[in-house]
Ligand binder design. Structure first.
Ligand code: AMP
Length: 632
């Protein structure tokens, strides 16, 4: 059968979805054959045993990911722009064609090989969003090395932890990064990290700025080394299930988890979701503003778009540099067709005048996307109406580092199908969401909530935690045997659509009702004051009366959700919340503070500003002593 044909005709989506979950072998087998270029065809579509975490796709097949992202396009349209590097300095974008990216990738791959990096070796990439960083990822893929990208804002300690966990042989970095008009030293951070990483034999240093950086005995100037290498490099044929990359996510306890993705299944899933969730068409300029240090950057800045031969934007700056119009000025200047960002940035931008959006021409936009956290109604409406002028589908995409690509999103769907604000809604092909009750029984019917699991394996899912398969099985497959457990809670609406209610470990049991923090936050946030549950952050406004604010919030939760959901405690202060560097609130820290268990805060290496935690502990102590005084 010709699956591709069906997908193109969206009115067939439902039948196609049915096929994808009832007969995954036919569905994924035919798509993998059509869409990927293989050195050797696979002879088995899948071999999975979900209870033991055994997940294999396209066994027997061999391919090279960099060939699928570069060579196949160079053969057809070498001068098509692959990357538009939106540098920090506005108006200085750099375009890189597929031919140029292939050449840079090959030179970099040859440099790595010359310095002893071989198939299977791990390489840490600690670089700002840039073409050379993308080339570094693809160069690893070309020679069969495994990259582990570490967000170039992490501390030397966090970087060292990840390098040690992956036992990296080499690090690729830049002298400095540039963000929001400031230079950030990267090389000294790497120097401090590798002191404690005996496996590292070489540090390759690219120059992002003209400023010199001291070079030590491990260090190799990257551009110089690449200049003397050939622009051709034979791609290593890789088995479908050999490692492509690992990426660390923060675990709630202990050390971060090195999530492992492999070659064919990951690439296929990233490419398919990129095309159908965002309605990408050839010739579109795809703008995902995530950093390559996160999985969103892997799947929707690099692998998905490049596998589809797209023009993909690399956004190096911040949403507010040089002013809050930066995103929309970029949309206008680059003619971006799909814009994919995070709720945390949207919430920041909606505080400013609409004129920051309206003064730029956004008519190129066709689809808007959101990822990373539940998007609250206020942010959704602003994104949809102000940015998209109410005419672009806005897709709230739910997925995780572990899922490899988008799993639940309003699109693909039949043309013009409804999109419910602030809901991820529809499972992607091959994704079978299951809601579980506490004892592990699937919950049937609609208008129900439970733990979100996925009922069967899909090609994009993670294969293991590097060096700790038991932890992988324990975290994702033990809680609900026979299912992948996402760690998130979800609600299935009367219509059968999915709404993510937040992390399960953020679920609060109030009067016997299990409520996700997202629900309560969404109710609270409708006051226009950006405030998370219980820990209430106020705008700096001396005229605000705290007692009145708390009264208003209590009333809001009672009417929007229920009386029983009204929190007992409101700690109202002007402070910042503990956030990860990707902007997610670290709620488990708030919980520990509230429970006065601050002795063991778990892994805090992903925290953006650790001093925030001390501030909150202080505020909480003051609040406690005040409330106990009031009681006595
Ligand atoms: P990470 O793997 O670090 O990207 O984090 C994945 C987690 O982010 C998920 O388990 C969710 O808790 C949250 N998340 C991502 N996208 C969404 C979304 N669209 N709606 C709600 N939560 C989301």
């Amino acid at each position: 059968m010709n699956t591709e044909l069906y997908i193109i005709h969206f009115h067939q989506r439902l039948e196609l979805y049915e096929l994808s979950v009832k007969d995954p072998e036919t569905f994924w087998g035919s798509i993998a054959k059509e869409r990927l270029t293989w050195n050797k065809p696979f002879d088995q579509v899948r071999d999975c045993e979900i209870t033991s975490g055994k997940i294999n796709w396209f066994l027997g097949g061999q391919l090279n990911v960099s060939v699928n992202c570069l060579d196949v396009h160079v053969a057809k349209h070498p001068d098509r722009v692959a990357l538009v590097w939106e540098r920090d300095e506005p108006g200085t974008e750099v375009k890189v064609t597929y031919r140029e990216l292939l050449e840079t990738t090959c030179r970099l791959a040859n440099t790595l090989k010359r310095h002893g990096v071989n198939k299977g070796d791990r390489v840490a990439i600690y670089m700002p969003v840039s073409p050379i960083a993308v080339a570094a990822m693809l160069a690893c893929a070309r020679i069969g090395a495994v990259h582990t990208v570490v967000f170039a804002g992490f501390s030397s300690e966090a970087l060292a932890g990840r390098i040690q966990d992956a036992q990296c042989k080499a690090v690729i970095t830049c002298n400095q990064g540039v963000r929001g008009g400031r230079f950030i030293d990267l090389k000294p951070t790497v120097d401090a990290a590798v002191k404690n990483c005996p496996t590292v034999q070489h540090v390759f240093v690219a120059q992002r700025t003209a400023n010199p950086t001291p070079m030590g005995k491990l260090d190799i100037p990257l551009e110089e080394a690449m200049a003397s290498e050939s622009a051709q490099c034979a791609p290593e044929p890789m088995g479908s299930e050999e490692m492509l990359f690992m990426l660390h996510t923060s675990g709630s306890t202990g050390k971060p988890k090195g999530i492992v993705h492999t070659q064919a299944g990951y690439l296929l899933y990233a490419a398919l979701t990129h095309q159908y969730v965002f309605d990408y068409h050839p010739g579109d300029v795809f703008g995902c503003v995530a950093d390559i240090g996160w999985v969103t950057g892997h799947s929707y800045v690099v692998y998905g778009p490049l596998c589809n031969g797209a023009t993909t934007v690399l956004f190096e700056s911040t949403p507010v540099y040089p002013d809050p119009g930066r995103y929309w000025e970029t949309v206008q200047r680059l003619g971006i067709n799909q814009f994919y960002g995070a709720p945390t940035a949207i919430r920041l931008l909606l505080k400013y005048e609409e004129s920051w959006v309206k003064k730029y021409d956004r008519s190129s936009l066709k689809t808007l996307g959101s990822v990373g956290e539940p998007i609250n109604h206020e942010a959704w409406e602003w994104f949809y109406n102000v940015v998209g002028d109410g005419r672009c589908p806005l897709v709230d995409t739910w997925w995780q580092t572990e899922t490899g690509g988008v799993c639940i999103a309003p699109r693909p769907a039949e043309e013009g199908a409804e999109i419910v604000p602030a809901m991820a809604m529809r499972p992607f092909f091959g994704i079978q969401p299951v809601l579980m009750e506490e004892k592990g029984k699937p919950i049937s019917g609609n208008d129900v909530s439970g733990a979100l699991c996925i009922g069967q394996p899909w090609p994009g899912m993670a294969r293991t935690i590097f060096g700790d398969h038991k932890r992988f099985v324990d975290a994702y497959f033990k809680p609900y045997p026979g299912h992948y457990f996402t760690g998130d809670g979800a609600y299935r609406s009367k219509e059968g659509y999915y709404q993510i209610t937040g992390r399960m470990d953020d679920v609060i049991n109030i009067s016997g009702h299990r409520l996700g923090t997202a629900e309560i936050e969404d109710a609270l946030v409708r006051t226009n004051t950006p405030i998370p549950f219980a820990f209430v952050v106020l705008k700096e406004d001396p005229s605000l009366n705290h007692t009145a604010v708390v009264k208003e919030l209590r009333g809001l939760v009672a009417t929007k959700i229920a009386k029983y959901a009204v929190p007992d405690h409101f700690l109202v202060r002007i402070f910042t919340l503990p956030k990860t560097r990707s902007g997610k609130i670290m709620r488990r820290i708030l919980r520990k503070v509230a429970m006065e268990q601050t002795g063991d805060l778990g892994d805090v290496s992903t925290l953006d500003d650790p001093s925030v935690v001390t501030e909150i502990i202080k505020a909480h102590a003051q609040y406690k002593s005040l409330t106990s005084q009031n009681k006595s």
